[in-house]
Design a protein around this ligand. Structure first.
Ligand code: GDP
Ligand code: CA
Length: 310
């Protein structure tokens, strides 16, 4: 079964790992958020694409939850000693990827092309596509000012409450090569348990991606990133609370209402199922904590079973 997945770099990357255990990895296309991308120390960094690359090649650091396993930090320590730009944590192994990507981009290679090369070099069969090759950058408006995404998320430790999320460049951005084809050929479209505002929002802000999903003839199924009305990590719950007025699965459904057929919600949120259904989204109650490979695979299988909705 051909599957297209919209994904960020945390819950999304983990979900993709489970998915490629449950179906042929070559039948999966990951359409990945680039709203988090930034330049650090002159390098082009794509944190969510890299998280997906590392997850699908089995080299991600599971304990830290981001970056590569067996990482060392010598380059960053030197940058710090020299008073350089050290707020964004780049490990030595990770830096190698940014060097290769940056050189390619400077030479005029699109982000999608260099990402495909990296994926192939890491031995990944799944297609990993940036949502767009063009500059699409997430900004957050807060009571303390407007910040580029990583500045707010990393440098300010996402402490400022968010009044609004903006996707700069999204309205003119075209889907990267392969994205629309993957959406058209998919027998199932999945939205990973990623942050609806920060990871999925930027992808859906590319108009032709949203309209392709709107016009699909196959089921589209999202997975809630909440368990027991809380995020497993990161600011999803606090953002849902402030921007949608609550942290139940219904607020997640609201983010995708009119777009998805079903939403996988955790057993701990079973009480929210009726509210989800009330929004025209079919709730599918299951265990959603991806604590290990077996749990990741089970969650993916439950999402795949939703193809029967068609
Ligand atoms: P980011 O790019 O690192 O922000 O990652 P994503 O947006 O892809 O994922 C972040 C979201 O993943 C958070 O809102 C978490 O609540 C969610 N998440 C992480 N692990 C799990 C899990 O095991 N189960 C579920 N349901 N959600 C998870
Ligand atoms: Ca991210």
């Amino acid at each position: 079964m051909r599957v297209a997945v919209l994904s960020g770099g945390g819950g999304g990357a983990r979900f993709l790992r489970g998915l490629v255990d449950a179906v042929d990895p070559a039948a999966v296309t990951a359409i990945v958020n680039v709203g988090d991308d930034l330049e650090v120390l002159g390098l082009s960094v794509s944190p969510d694409l890299d998280s997906v690359l590392y997850a699908l090649s089995g080299i991600s650091d599971e304990e830290r939850g981001w970056g590569r396993a067996e990482e060392t930090w010598n380059a960053l320590a030197t940058v710090e000693e020299l008073g350089g730009e050290a707020w964004f944590r780049l490990g030595d192994r990770d830096l190698g990827v940014h060097l290769v990507r940056t050189q390619a981009i400077r030479a005029g290679e699109p982000l999608s092309a260099v990402t495909a090369r990296l994926a192939a070099a890491f031995g990944i069969e799944t297609a990993i596509l940036p949502a767009t090759d063009e500059a699409l950058r997430t900004w957050v408006d807060t009571p303390n000012g407007s910040f580029p995404f990583q500045h707010w998320f990393v440098a300010r430790a996402h402490r400022d409450p968010v009044d609004r999320v903006r996707y700069e460049g999204a309205s003119d951005a075209r889907p990267a090569p392969g994205v629309l084809e993957a959406l058209h050929e998919a027998e199932l479209i999945l939205i990973a348990p990623s942050n609806p505002f920060l990871s999925v929002g930027p992808i859906l802000a590319v108009e032709r991606i949203r309209s392709a999903i709107d016009r699909r003839r196959v089921p589209c199924v999202a997975v809630s990133p909440l368990i027991g009305r809380r995020a497993v990590m990161g600011p999803a719950a606090s953002m849902l609370d402030r921007l949608k007025g609550g942290t139940s699965a219904a607020q997640v459904a609201e983010c995708y209402a009119g777009l998805v057929d079903a939403l996988l919600i955790d057993e701990e949120d079973a009480a929210d199922a009726d509210a989800v259904a009330g929004l025209g989204v079919r709730p599918i109650v299951t265990q959603t904590l991806m604590r290990d490979a077996a749990a990741r695979r089970r969650l993916a299988e439950t999402a795949l079973d939703a193809v029967a909705l068609a």
